[in-house]
Design a protein around this ligand. Structure first.
Ligand code: SAM
Length: 275
């Protein structure tokens, strides 16, 4: 019988967040595949678990996959862990999962901490629909292009960012999304200096320009406004509903619809007050 690949989530700061089930799976696995064997070695030591560790990181993943797949096909159970959080989320894992599925090897998640889920849930923005964008490109032009691509998305947007790029990214967001877009920046989630800075982009950028930028960050941005051209493809009723949903008064919404559609205010008003 073939073994099982377990994707085991580990703490993103606070050791108390390791689940009893994660500990059980790590204890019973034949092998632990780790993004960094030193980081996971230290975690296992704290948990009092002695286990064979193999490294599985971005640059050896292709080569290591074949070794891990051989172990799985020989019936061994493998626990895959990353340095922190949920494996395969901006961390190695998706390739081996795909290959396991192709070979009919069972893949089981062992859920636990994930930085973007924590940041999204405390942002105060809509959790009904969201897009996880992850890390933006490092090059300024590519980063701005990616921000342009998602600017008009209506769902909540979530980004991971390294501390040394936080200011540049917030400043690019100000430029592309506009300084009034609301964001929530979560820092050091589950750790001693955890904080969640919420406000308009210009305010949050100002906060980090005047305070030390230290630790790990998730940026959550409120959804944007549909592009005018796509708004005009809606019926007048849907167009009105779109603005009302944003808390805009009916009178102002009608004014805006007239501008969007190049109609007179009177025409739009008449449409909604036919009788
Ligand atoms: N797999 C991880 C997860 O489930 O969240 C993400 C790994 S990714 C390589 C690391 C990024 O996640 C960091 O640069 C930061 O954006 C975010 N992150 C991880 N831990 C965090 C924390 N405690 N507080 C805020 N952001 C965190």
């Amino acid at each position: 019988m073939m073994g099982t690949l377990y994707l085991v989530a580990t703490p993103i700061g606070n050791m108390g967040d390791i689940s009893p089930r994660a500990v059980e799976v790590l204890k019973s696995a034949d092998l632990v595949a780790a993004e960094d064997t030193r980081v996971t070695g230290a975690l296992l030591k704290k948990l009092g678990i002695e286990k064979k560790l193999v490294s599985y990181y971005e640059h050896n993943a292709a080569m290591r996959s074949s070794l891990l797949l051989r172990h799985l096909e020989e019936g061994e159970n493998i626990a895959l862990v990353s340095d922190a959080g949920t494996p395969a989320i901006s961390d190695p894992g998706e390739d081996i999962v795909e290959e396991c599925i192709r070979r009919n090897i069972t893949v089981i998640p062992v859920p636990g901490p994930c930085a973007f889920v924590c940041a999204l849930t405390v942002s105060g923005f809509s959790t009904k629909r969201f897009s996880f964008i992850g890390f933006l490109p490092a090059k300024a032009n590519d980063r701005k292009k990616e921000l342009e691509n998602v600017k008009h998305r209506e769902e909540t947007l979530i980004f991971y960012e390294a501390p040394h790029r936080l200011l540049k990214t917030l400043s690019d967001m100000c430029e592309v999304f506009g300084k009034d877009r609301r964001v929530s920046v979560s820092r050091e989630i589950t750790k001693k200096f955890e904080e969640h800075i919420r406000g308009r982009l210009a305010e949050v950028l100002n906060h980090f320009e005047t305070n030390p930028v230290k630790g790990e960050f998730v940026i959550v941005a409120e959804g944007g406004v549909k592009e005018e051209s796509s708004l005009n493809q809606l019926s007048l009723e849907e167009h009105l509903k779109f603005y009302l949903k944003q808390g805009i008064a009916q009178k102002d919404a009608i004014k805006q619809i007239a501008i969007d559609r190049n109609l007179s205010k009177r025409e739009v008003y008449a449409h909604f007050h036919k009788d």
